[in-house]
Design a protein around this ligand. Structure first.
Ligand SMILES: Cc1ncc(COP(=O)(O)O)c(C=O)c1O
Length: 394
């Protein structure tokens, strides 16, 4: 790669309408000038130069009309999935949405009715429950178990929770929070669970490129091809390349009948692609983008190691070992403190804006989530602040 990324470069994001940096004071009371934003899942890094170049080309042309021809975009997805995930995507099965929360909402709308149950493995990404509840469907929480400090499935327990009105399951693979990379066996168990309870399986794989060294992610259609007829795959460039503001995502549906139902919702909602997102995503899914992601993963892995080393040395705190994602999931149960107290120390004393565990559902009560996709010295500063905020426990 010609332009080696410098992930250590500090880039000021305050005053740029950034959700993560400019909303930490209004939402968390963490001071804008001295606080560190470690909540929303975006990164403090510029995307690869090829993405910037695609925007430069558009800006130089200066015409911002409606987007049409998506052949290059679809080909870029086909190439990426085949090269990076060993999955042959059929181009006609790809829909483009305004991101994956939008994709999730469309799936809930297209494949379930008001009052139906939608199964989540909790704790899990908070927007799922929000979308399900606001659509008038019921969130059915299937709690993950913890074994040797990592999340594992509890399929027998979940079987017992099913009441017969569940229509869909939303899987987060790799898992956010906690960073599990589900094994092939686990994915097959999930597919069998969906088969047993006749659930449409929506697999949100937005974090599938951000897998730590030593771990291997398997996309659902490769792990469990037997589930293809009930599968909705969701993938995106936005987490991988830090372009979430472009609001673009893919919903990939192998089954023709499900595809027709999804297409009807998409048409009913009048959704069509954003040309900036299409250009950025097409440029990102390239050999240059791939080299950038490989470098990024090494950097995040370094951040994660240093963060865990520092945090796990504080008595009472335990950071789950991330197999994927840049979102550290820290358990404060060992402090014996109520959530109000440990959260208060993190926000008021350490001045860190983080995600609160309870918003992720059952099992999240004693946790806070820390975004590590920032410059290494920022991560180290956050660790020092945590050490002082909990110094009385040493
Ligand atoms: C599992 C998961 N899905 C979806 C999203 C957001 O997707 P989008 O920005 O495409 O709506 C996130 C963001 O953190 C996520 O973690």
């Amino acid at each position: 790669m010609n332009n080696l990324p410098n992930f250590d470069e500090r880039i000021e994001r305050r005053g740029t309408h950034s959700a993560k940096w400019d909303m930490m004071e209004p939402l968390y009371g963490v001071p804008a000038d001295s606080g560190i934003a470690m909540w929303v899942a975006d990164m403090d890094f510029r995307p690869p130069a090829c993405v910037q170049a695609a925007l430069d080309t558009m800006n130089a042309h200066g015409i911002y009309g409606y987007f049409g021809d998506d052949r290059a975009y679809v080909e870029a997805i086909r190439w990426w999935m085949q090269q990076r995930h060993g999955w042959e995507v059929t181009p006609s099965s790809i829909f483009t949405t305004h991101g994956l929360v939008n994709g999730t909402a469309l799936c809930v709308d297209a494949f379930t009715e008001p009052g139906d149950g939608v199964v989540l493995m909790t704790p899990v990404y908070h927007a799922f429950a929000r979308v399900i509840s606001f659509a008038g469907r019921k969130v059915v929480e299937c709690p993950l178990a913890v074994e040797d400090g990592r999340y594992v499935l509890d399929i027998a327990g979940w079987d017992a929770l099913m009441r017969g009105n569940e229509r869909m399951m939303i899987l987060c693979s790799p898992h956010n929070p906690g960073g599990r990379v589900w094994s092939r066996d686990e994915l097959q168990d999930i597919a069998a669970f969906c088969q047993r309870h006749d659930l449409i399986l929506v697999s949100d794989e937005i974090h599938h490129d951000l897998v730590m060294p030593g771990h291997k992610h398997t996309v659902l259609p490769v792990a469990a091809p037997e589930a293809l007829d009930r599968l909705v795959m969701m993938t995106a460039t936005t987490k991988t390349f830090n372009i979430a503001g472009a609001h673009i995502g893919n919903v990939i549906i192998p089954n023709e009948d499900l595809r027709a139902r999804f297409q009807r919702r998409l048409s009913a909602m009048g959704i069509s692609p954003n040309s900036f997102g299409m250009a950025m995503a097409t440029a990102a899914y390239s050999p240059e983008g791939a080299a950038w992601v490989d470098a990024l993963k090494g950097y995040i892995d370094g951040n994660r190691r240093l963060f865990d080393e520092g945090v796990n040395a504080i008595p009472g705190l335990r950071s789950m070992a991330l197999e994927a994602t840049y979102l550290a999931w820290v358990d404060f149960a060992g402090t014996g403190m109520e959530p109000g107290e440990f959260t208060g120390r993190v926000e008021k004393q350490a001045r860190l804006a983080v995600n609160h565990g309870p918003t992720f559902g059952k099992g999240g009560q004693s946790f806070l989530r820390f975004n590590l996709a920032t410059q290494r010295d920022v991560v180290l500063e956050a660790v020092e602040r945590l050490k002082s905020a909990f110094a009385d426990l040493q």
